[in-house]
Design a protein around this ligand. Structure first.
Ligand SMILES: NC(=O)C1=CN([C@@H]2O[C@H](COP(=O)(O)OP(=O)(O)OC[C@H]3O[C@@H](n4cnc5c(N)ncnc54)[C@H](OP(=O)(O)O)[C@@H]3O)[C@@H](O)[C@H]2O)C=CC1
Ligand SMILES: C/C=C/C(C)=O
Length: 333
């Protein structure tokens, strides 16, 4: 028998989730059955959708989320003992997975991509779901052309930092918005953004007018809300907006309001498209190959914000929601 621990969500979140909204439950896992694998979890991911999707779940529920782990026992020949897998079984230290039960992309299990010696934690970050989000969400929806001006919000986070660097690889001029002066410095000095701003201290419209005097062609929107309206109002004819996330509203109890967009969308004939990264699930391996290559050859930096210890997953989650992370927030179990 294997003793396992998991986080169970007990209460409806009100604003920022509270520690008491979670309970750590210890229990014994039964022996695995045919088609199942026993996985020891090594890395856990905390992501904004854990907050955004909360209200879709009936209480109490096991906290969902991505992880990288090693197969310790197997009755599924596709995943032998010792294989490394990426799964979506949430905040736990051991779990049993039956991948035959997969109903959507979240419940699928796959072998950790060949990371060519890079940290296995990248399997929940730059070479995992967030990497695929940046790669397909930006390239397929913004369709950037060399020389165009790209704006990214949430620019110092897991997805945004990759989008900005992919835009540079594609020959674009890149402007990022992030929530601290240190993040701004990192984006400009280490990642090669042409300009970055602390959205908490600048006037967004005048900052953008100075950094993009010829207007914005592509906007990768991680945050939504008023800043997105201000950016979209600075876009050029036939601009493209990839709507990835709306983190500025995830913890809001009341729905926020933002400046009207229709005059700009119509007048400039702007294309706005939202997406869920699962739409490209069958092609994720293409993104993983490219991202791994760019990291290995030094064109792309995949910074991580690492927290240690199963007991600290809650703190890492709240820290990420409040902007403590630079790059991808991960927990080493
Ligand atoms: N559509 C899809 O399929 C997917 C969408 N996403 C979305 O992408 C976005 C980024 O996710 P991810 O890269 O994993 O997370 P990040 O690593 O960017 O972490 C979240 C960041 O959000 C920023 N933030 C928090 N509150 C606010 C606020 N009120 N206004 C602006 N920024 C805020 C903080 O940075 P700061 O210091 O800059 O404030 C924080 O670091 C999220 O909206 C997420 O939901 C992610 C994966 C898939
Ligand atoms: C799969 C993740 C989706 C969002 C909205 O974060």
């Amino acid at each position: 028998m294997v003793k396992a621990r998991k986080y169970v969500v007990k209460n409806r979140f009100q604003g920022i989730p509270k520690r008491d909204d979670f309970e750590i439950v210890e229990y014994e896992l039964p022996p695995i059955k045919n088609g199942e694998i026993l996985v020891k979890v090594e890395w856990v991911s905390v992501d904004p959708y854990l907050r955004a999707y909360h209200s879709n779940y009936t209480l109490p529920y096991d906290q969902f989320g991505y992880q990288v782990g090693i197969v310790e026992d197997s009755k599924d020949p596709r995943y032998p003992v010792g294989a490394k897998v990426v799964a979506h079984k949430g905040w736990c230290d051991y779990c049993i997975i039956n991948s035959a039960n997969a109903t959507d992309f979240f419940s699928k299990v796959y072998k950790l991509p060949n990371l060519k010696g890079l940290s296995q934690s990248l399997g929940v970050g730059a070479v995992g779901m967030p990497g695929a989000t940046a790669y397909f969400g930006f390239l397929n929806l913004c369709k950037p052309k060399a020389g165009e001006t790209v704006v990214v919000t949430g620019a110092a986070g897991a997805v945004g930092s990759l989008v900005g660097q992919i835009a540079k690889i594609k020959g674009c001029r890149v402007i990022g918005f992030a929530g601290s002066d240190d993040k701004v410095k990192w984006l400009e000095q280490d990642l090669g953004f042409d300009k970055a701003f602390n959205y908490k201290t600048v006037d967004v419209t005048s900052a953008l007018k100075s950094a993009a005097p010829n207007g914005v062609d592509c906007y990768f929107d991680n945050v939504g809300g008023e800043i997105s309206s201000l950016i979209i109002n600075q876009m050029n004819d036939f601009g493209r907006v990839s709507v990835c996330g709306s983190i500025s509203s995830y913890n809001d109890v009341n729905n926020p309001t933002a400046t009207i967009l229709q005059p700009a969308l119509i007048g400039k004939q702007i294309r706005v498209e939202g997406f869920i990264v699962g739409r490209w699930y069958d092609n994720w391996s293409e993104a993983f190959g490219e991202l791994t290559k760019w990291i290995k050859n030094g064109q792309l930096k995949a910074r991580e914000h690492v927290t240690e210890g199963f007991e600290n997953i809650y703190d890492a989650f709240i820290g990420m929601l409040q902007g403590e992370n630079v790059g991808k927030a991960v927990i080493k179990i």
